[in-house]
Design a protein around this ligand. Sequence first.
Ligand SMILES: [Zn+2]
Length: 375
Amino acid sequence: MRRLITYRGILCGKFRQVARLMGLFALASMLLSACAPMSQRPNIDEAAIKEEVKRQKEATVQSYLDHVKRAELIGENIRINSASLCPKKNYTLGLSAFSPVLQPDEWKGALHRIGYKDGLTVLTVAKGTPADVAGIRPGDFLVNVDGTPVTKDKEQIQKALVQLQQEGERKLVLLRGEEKLEVSVTSILSCDYPIDIIISDVVNAFADGKKVILHTSILNLAATETELAMIIGHEIAHNTREHITSKQVNKAVGMAFGAALEILLGVPGAMNIGADIGGGVYSQEFEHEADYVGLYYVARAGYDISQGPGLWRRMGASNPRSISHGSSHPATAERFIALETAVQEIKEKIASGKPLLPNERAETQVKRPSVSQSE
Ligand SMILES: [Zn+2]
């Protein structure tokens, strides 16, 4: 005979299940208490923990700003010295400025405590730039740009940052402690690829076509100024050589070809496979090109490029699988040798007084109409 299961019966069944589970948990916690630590530690002061949270946040923002300063000084040096090679340009005075107002709320308190006031503080001044020559120094507090006061207002701070990147002469008023400085600085050309720093323990750096994004872990790995310049130069080269757009176009072509196979021949999943194959085409070649072109940017900025390839030897040592196995990126041993060869090429150009320009393949050079000999 079929048994009729009522709503009440289901509820009672659930209740019994829950009661059984609770009993099991009670038994488990009794057993686990037998495995508890045996030492009697001193009591922890909750107020002291809160204070330590503050100290650790201060250490975090200080370390983040140290990374920003280091990357910004090297990045600015590269951007200015290779401005003529960059398709996307802007203007710079050679300084970077920082405001807690533009940072996430959770870091603002720590930034105030380590001395950053709301408003705009000069963070870095790259050597030999107009800001440096005008006597502006890190820590100067920017109070007026071209007659417009810089307040604590977010929009005004953003507007001032845009003004600092415009062509021509800027009239700045700065405070250095109690001292008031009034300076005129004229901007110079620069590559328009700003650097963003992300706090992350994943060793990574990438370019998105507009910016260079560096994880703090890769900044820790870059032991010397040249090594960090190599990383920044590589990512700027991805942007100047428009690798991101090329990859997206290749991906779209692969996807379209796969879609045709899927529709016309009924090949399942061909569209996604086509997109993956298309996106991966020339991937290693793009990486080699970014290494090669980036090395020229580093050389033009005056760094000792002979130290550069060493970065890949250490990258290989920290990730042994990458020594001889490449995937989207070439293997580290291959990158080391390719860079060493490029270092020789650049050194020969420097020795013979040739301009420091990457060699171009004949078919990628702009074709000019030939002049007929008979005319
Ligand atoms: Zn790359």
